[in-house]
Design a protein around this ligand. Structure first.
Ligand code: PLP
Length: 384
């Protein structure tokens, strides 16, 4: 399968037709346990759903093939995946270095759950190599980055961080949720592990929660797999199947998300109501050149800062109708959000706080004319 191109792998990896009936779609193995041929005689290794399930295996094969990894594990949520990864790799006394605008839930997990387990977390501006070098300590195990970041769409040079982290004896984890493997493949740039909230672009239809860890090689697989088995935050068979179905259209969806987001970013850049547009596809974006080098498209997420300030930003987020006011991102439908009080409420007042005039869009794949008209009428409503 690895010899095929991305769009082909997305549809076929891990998706062999059912050998018994020829059903083109592998069945949903909605079963908690598997019959044994004598004690310990597991058919194809399956024993009990927490340890392994064929529908979950299909999804794991599919995701590993898309990221170019040797294996993947699938979890009940993105944060469950992050938790298993961190527990599998860290021990008390270790240090984690986070990019200074990673997803607030990752920051919360590390500073409010892992801190009491004796893991220390600090944040750093990953665009500043000297600061990164200075922040890596002998006990730093992981440098964790997100690019593009949420919600300010900052771009981090993955290969550069890999070089700095490895020189300091740390591994690099990339949260690839925003780009998806259709647009960016961190393992090929030297990252050690990739995590996803598959709830977002991989699932793609806002109908399922999930997460994944993807492995570059076999160094950490058994340790994280053990956490998955021991704790049990696995994806349920139907959820795994829905995610697999979503992934089959990932390549075509990401093209349309990107095309629509680029059009909206260019429209917004020309409007005086926005003092700043955060989208890596704009030549004015400080990370544009790095993004153009390490991504094959700039993605469907963008934010802007309202010139009239926080109250206008809040009002604008409540003024659209196709763009629905909701948390989350990455579905076919467009969403709008006010990060300071929604996705990033948990980091308000911390070093990860988002400017109060920022509105975030998850640009869907609806007709671009309709999306622009919706944003125009939203601006009209707040200036009226
Ligand atoms: N990583 C990123 C970039 C996210 O945006 C999110 C959720 O919004 C997560 C991880 C956590 O994923 P989940 O909500 O599936 O637990």
């Amino acid at each position: 399968m690895s010899e095929h191109s991305f769009a082909t792998r997305a549809i076929h990896a891990g998706q062999e037709p059912d050998p018994r009936t020829g059903a083109i779609i592998p069945p949903i193995y909605q079963a908690s346990t598997h019959v044994q041929d004598g004690i310990g005689g597991f058919r194809e290794g399956y024993e009990y759903n927490r340890a392994g399930n064929p529908t979950r295996s299909s999804l794991e094969t599919q995701i590993a093939a898309l990221e170019g990894g040797t294996a993947a594990l699938s979890f009940a949520s993105g944060l469950a995946a992050e938790d298993a990864l961190l527990r599998g790799i860290l021990k008390p006394g270790d240090h984690v270095l986070l990019g200074n605008d990673v997803y607030g839930g990752t920051y919360r997990l590390l500073t409010r759950v892992f801190a009491s387990w004796g893991v220390e977390t600090t944040t750093v501006e990953l665009g500043d190599p000297d600061a990164v070098r200075a922040a890596i300590r002998p006990e730093t195990k992981i440098v964790w980055l997100e690019t593009p970041s949420n919600p300010l769409l900052k771009i981090v040079d993955i290969a550069q961080i890999v070089e700095l982290a490895h020189a300091g004896g740390a591994i690099v984890v990339v949260d690839n949720t925003f780009a998806s493997p259709a647009l960016q493949q961190p393992l090929a740039l030297g990252a050690d592990l990739v995590v996803h909230s598959t709830t977002k672009y991989l699932g793609g239809h806002s109908d399922v929660l999930g997460g994944s860890v993807v492995f570059r090689d076999d160094r950490f697989f058994e340790a994280v797999k053990f956490q998955q088995f021991a704790v049990g935050a696995v994806s349920a068979p139907l959820d795994a199947w829905l995610t697999t179905r979503g992934i089959k259209t990932l390549a075509v969806r990401m093209r349309q998300h990107t095309e629509n987001a680029q059009a909206i970013a260019e429209w917004a850049e020309a409007r005086p109501e926005f003092e700043r547009v955060y989208y890596p596809g704009l030549a004015s974006h400080p990370g544009h050149e790095i993004a153009a080098r390490q991504m094959s498209g700039f993605g469907g997420m963008l934010s802007f800062g309202l010139a009239a300030g926080p109250a206008a930003a809040r009002a604008f987020a409540e003024s659209t109708s196709i763009f629905q006011l909701a948390e989350s991102l990455g579905g076919v439908e467009s969403l709008i959000g006010y990060p300071p009080e929604m996705t990033h409420a948990s980091v308000r007042g911390t070093e990860l706080a988002v400017p109060e005039n920022v509105v975030r869009l998850s640009v869907g794949i609806e007709d671009i004319g309709d999306l622009l008209a919706d944003l125009e009428q939203g601006l009209g409503r707040i200036s009226a």
